[in-house]
Design a protein around this ligand. Sequence first.
Ligand SMILES: [Zn+2]
Length: 181
Amino acid sequence: MSEPNYKEMVDAMSHNDASYDGRFYVGVISTGIYCLPSCKAKLPKIENVVFFATREEAISAGLRGCKRCKSEQYPDVLPTWLHEVLKFMRENRTEKLNEMKLIQMTGHDISTVRRYFKTHLDTTPLGFHRRLRLNHARDLIESGRDYLSAAYDCGYESASGFRDAFAKQFGRPPGRLYANR
Ligand SMILES: [Zn+2]
């Protein structure tokens, strides 16, 4: 899903379009509040509005959540099946997951599952799971495990595949974790 452009965001905000919830946030400088596009509170003056791509950015800019649209809680208002998938992923960090499994678990087609992940977590289902697995691998390595066995324990079948994925996520290869100690 592409990022909405400025005009699209103004339109979405003006029409309280809930389909844009999670795709951007409406910051209102005059009140110090950030809202979901669907917020039913009085429409702010456009000169006071700043759009944010993520909730984290709105919070970093010093804005507070809105009581009306509950923008603060929004990313946590997930469908039940998504909670179950996330729980499953956390509990199964030691093996690779495939999308067929997600389809079976959720009863949704894969594009729906992907859309929810994109909207709420800004990543793909497998990307999210990969991050969990790599975090787990890093924890294992930091607690003294050699990186090859940590890699195998987190579902990586090749050392080079693990090294690449690890370096991509953490910005350094796994072997260098100890370099600074
Ligand atoms: Zn609001």
